[in-house]
Design a protein around this ligand. Structure first.
Ligand SMILES: [Zn+2]
Length: 437
């Protein structure tokens, strides 16, 4: 990086010397049909939307500005918490309580001359299609699957409405990190595998079976879960567990530690106890930096045509820093039965002897659905609706009935909706064969 010292922009020509060389000089990977001057003009007009101004977002905004993107918008509804300051480096102690998007935008604008960053202190759902249509590219640095699924559905619907208009295809670059692991992927909405096609890559973490926790712990987390779900219930040291109360966490920590010592398991600490019971995965600054760099590299390639971006062939780069450093890039195929970008209903495995309530509960943990508040209906029949309350009350008795008692048949189509998503999920029932003993 050239002269990024001090608060003044320094000598602008020097700062952009190497970057402009790449932008102006065709190389072996440059699209041969691209014209350098046209490319530069297109690059300078590129309007990019960044979603999230947290750990990944701070890195992404800085990288985009330093890659000479000039018109950037950023959406984040959160305010700055003191615990963000160790890695969200655009924020200072005096910013605690202010909006992340706003503070991040002003910081980068002060440091990089010529960039304009428009901050939106709001939720992505607050904006409509017209808003999203103004961008050429969207980059997500989010920690929520729901928000990713929402913007994905929005961009696919814009692409499908646009028919043959290539401007309707807004590439979506998605970065994500979890501890020392991360991924960067590029999606051409409606054309290549989308977030929803890839949902099973983010399966809800498998729960440890209770028997492991109760009888044969192997990991420090098993001991903590034992203290959390078994010892607490048996001994009831306090009336109700408050996971933010240090005396409660200390009690669990000491219980877990004693059990770990009994089984010779090292690694139970206070912070691991806190993390395990609150289901927190630590945010690692270096993982964010690596993933954000990979995402912005793709953005630069798309905007400059200087090299082939991820997308049509390989579209998914996974990174792991857990055990040395490992990356793997592959092609995730588009799914014909994807509820967002596909057209076909997908199978829904169900035991006809199980209840509708079981089926409703299962949507939260099925890797291909992951719906928290599903409502379900079949042709001509409302099976269960979460809202409005009157309909919920009316359909609630169905939860206790079995699939067979409700008259549902093998192969029957059902439609599932969830308030978090602006779309319908089409399934057909596939009855599980009776397990042969
Ligand atoms: Zn899809």
């Amino acid at each position: 990086m050239a002269t990024a010292t001090g608060s003044s922009a320094g000598d602008e020509t020097t700062r952009w010397k190497y970057l402009d060389h790449i932008r102006r000089t065709p190389g072996p990977f440059t699209d041969p049909d691209a014209v350098a001057e046209e490319n530069l003009a297109q690059f300078d007009k590129f309007k990019v939307l960044v979603i999230g101004a947290g750990g990944l977002g701070c890195e992404i905004l800085k990288n985009l500005a330093m890659s000479r993107f000039k018109d950037i918008h950023v959406i984040d509804m959160d305010t700055i918490d003191i615990s963000n300051l160790n890695r969200q480096f655009l924020f200072r102690q005096s910013d605690v309580g202010s909006y992340k998007a706003e503070v991040a935008a002003r910081f980068v604008e002060r440091r990089v001359a010529g960039v304009r960053i428009t901050a939106h202190n709001a939720a992505i759902q607050d904006f409509d299609e017209a808003f999203y249509r103004q961008f050429q590219l969207v980059i997500c640095g989010l920690d929520s699957i729901e928000a990713r699924r929402w913007i994905n559905a929005m961009l696919v619907s814009i692409a499908e409405d646009a028919e043959d208009d290539p401007d309707g295809i807004k590439p979506l670059i998605d970065g994500g990190t979890e501890g020392f692991k991360g991924q960067a992927r590029v999606i051409f909405p409606s054309m290549t595998s989308c977030i929803e096609c890839q949902l099973d890559m983010h399966a809800p973490r498998a729960a440890v079976p209770l028997c492991t926790i109760a009888s044969i712990p192997r990991q420090p987390e098993h001991c903590i879960e034992w203290a959390h779900v078994i010892a607490w219930d048996q001994e009831k040291p306090f009336p109700t567990l408050d996971k933010d109360d240090p005396t409660h966490v200390t009690w669990l920590y000491q219980k877990a530690l004693a059990r770990a010592q009994e089984y010779g398991i090292p690694g139970v600490t206070y912070s691991l106890t806190q993390g395990t019971i609150k289901n927190i995965i630590p945010a690692i600054a270096s993982t964010n930096a690596i993933i954000a760099a990979a995402c912005c590299n793709e953005a630069f390639k798309i905007a400059s045509n200087s090299a082939t971006c991820l997308g049509f062939e390989n579209n998914y780069m996974m990174y792991s820093g857990n055990d040395s450093i490992y990356t793997y890039t592959f092609k995730h195929e588009k799914k014909d039965d994807c509820p967002v970008c596909g057209r076909q209903a997908r199978p829904l495995e169900v035991d006809p002897a199980s209840t509708l309530g079981d089926l409703i509960d299962s949507f939260a943990v099925r890797p291909e659905a992951q719906l928290k508040k599903p409502s379900i209906r079949a042709e001509g029949k409302t099976l269960y609706m979460q809202v409005p309350p009157s309909l919920e009350e009316q359909t609630r008795p169905n939860l206790k009935k079995t699939i067979a008692e409700l008259g549902l048949e093998n192969g029957q189509q059902v439609v599932v909706t969830d308030p978090a998503f602006p779309l319908e999920f089409n399934f057909f029932l596939r009855f599980k064969e009776k397990a042969s003993a």
